[in-house]
Design a binder for this molecule. Structure first.
Ligand code: F0G
Length: 451
């Protein structure tokens, strides 16, 4: 770890410590809050360690044509803004990042807007945004000589951790809630050789068990309480700005689960603004599922000052989290950027997911809360026709194929969830037909003669 260039600053009490002094659970010894990586040399306008924005913009683009392994990573290509490693030879990369920013033309048309984009983080090596954070934090684990890494997960973190640990030759331990994660993700953890324990509890219960384990054994914790994860997860902000010619969208809409990603992206935009790379911040909004909405409740009751954990229920299993670790960080980003925090129903999620699929951009249910959220904000008149919006799609559609198949077969939504939405859902459903093995039967399906 490069201790000369960074330190950890407690988000709660402001205490500063060096990276190697962090406790195994990454909680502040003074107040119990979480840390953020801070680069002291950047704050001085005339400081010698302050990166040169113009030169970096050129260099980062230039690296996209480079055959150097590190340059091919959409995280380490921006390494000047995450100088956390002592030796870049320790970086563990699967060429993550460099994900596409797609124009959502049909959604934009339907909403009467012309600038709606999807930053598809599902196009990462293990199919979710977690890869960008994992390359950063797992590289720190390797540099610090850990043999074991571990995480509690709703599935994607475990898939990413297992893959990066395997590349680095480290052992990995995964704790997941039994029967509550999508098969695609469980399959990945197994495939990449993690030791996977399915605990008879929910995600929040897995987090508690793991916190005790890392206090007992020398295991490097890779949940998003690990501040180095967020250094990687801030880089999509750089990519979004770069793709828009260093303009910032008016709005960024992010799903909220454990609530680290929204704050990581906020940090990315904030640092770019502080360094003079962009002129302003986007408004960052967090969307939760109605049955897993502790931050929404916190805003409604206490303006984001206190959070009461809830028992979480949603089919969007990635964000089935009732006691999110990084809620204070997310609340700050929403407040600082004048964003919104609100929830969407299971029906709204299912419809939005099918609409994204119909644009050729499938995603997992947790990602679809962003489009459902944009529709809500438009209906409430909070977003103007001319505003530019980026939706952060966090996971690949194949992560949770069961959900998609159930939707199209008509077995996902219950009658009360469907009520009032039957036509919308019917128009989106594309069930598979069981057809006799002859051309006429297939052609009759094509002509719409079979329902
Ligand atoms: N979308 C997907 C696909 C996720 O997997 C997660 C979180 C989120 C959104 C929410 O991001 O937690 O930073 O607010 N998944 C974690 C996991 C918790 O274990 O894979 P967040």
């Amino acid at each position: 770890m490069n201790e000369n260039l960074h330190q950890l600053r407690c988000f709660g009490c402001g205490d500063r410590i060096s990276g190697s002094d962090a406790r195994p659970d990454f909680r502040c010894a003074q107040c119990g809050d979480l840390f953020e990586v801070e680069y002291a040399g950047w704050s001085l306008r005339q400081g010698t360690n302050r990166p040169n924005p113009g030169a970096l913009k050129w260099l980062w683009r230039e690296r996209r044509c480079s055959s150097e392994i590190l340059d091919q990573s959409g995280v380490w290509r921006f390494r000047e803004l995450l100088p956390i490693l002592e030796n870049y030879g320790n970086a563990v990369t699967l060429r993550e990042g460099n994900t596409p920013l797609y124009a959502l033309t049909r959604a934009a048309r339907a909403l009467g807007m012309d600038q709606v984009f999807a930053k598809h983080q599902g196009m990462n090596p293990t199919g979710s945004f977690k890869d960008t954070g994992m390359t950063a934090a797992l590289s720190v684990a390797r540099e610090r000589g850990f043999e074991w890494v571990a995480c509690a997960s709703t599935g994607n973190t475990s898939a990413a951790m297992a893959a990066y640990a395997a590349r680095a030759g480290l052992r990995s331990l995964v704790l997941i809630p039994e029967g509550k994660i999508a098969w695609g993700k469980l399959a990945q953890a197994m495939d990449y050789g993690a030791i996977t324990c399915q605990l008879k509890t929910d995600f929040d219960g897995c987090v508690k068990v793991l916190a005790e384990i890392v206090r007992k054994e020398s295991i490097y914790l890779l949940n998003s309480v690990n501040p180095y994860r967020l250094e990687g997860q801030k880089t999509p902000a750089f990519e979004i700005a770069e793709a828009l010619d260093w303009n910032v969208p008016d709005h960024l809409i992010v799903p909220g689960g454990n609530l680290a990603n929204s704050s990581a992206l906020g940090k990315g935009f904030r640092e770019m603004r502080e360094l003079g790379m962009v002129a302003r911040m986007p408004r960052i909004s967090v969307v939760q599922a109605q049955g897993a909405n502790p931050l929404v409740r916190s805003f409604a009751k206490t303006h984001g000052r206190e959070l009461e954990p809830v028992e979480a229920h949603t089919r969007a299993s990635a964000i089935r989290i009732g006691n999110p670790a990084s809620w204070r960080k997310a609340a700050r980003v929403i407040q600082d950027t004048d964003g919104w925090c609100f929830d969407v129903s299971e029906t709204e999620i299912a419809i939005a997911k099918a609409e994204l699929g119909a644009e050729g951009l499938g995603c997992e249910p947790a990602s679809a809360v962003t489009l459902a959220g944009l529709k809500k904000l438009r209906a409430e008149g909070k977003i103007a026709d001319s505003d530019s919006v980026v939706l952060l799609l966090t996971g690949h559609t194949l992560k949770d194929a069961d959900y998609t198949i159930d939707f199209h077969r008509g077995t996902l939504l219950k009658d009360d969830e469907l009520a009032g939405h039957e036509r919308e859902v019917d128009a989106l459903r594309r069930n598979a037909f069981a057809v006799d093995a002859n051309p006429d039967a297939v052609l009759s399906v094509m002509r719409g003669e079979r329902q």
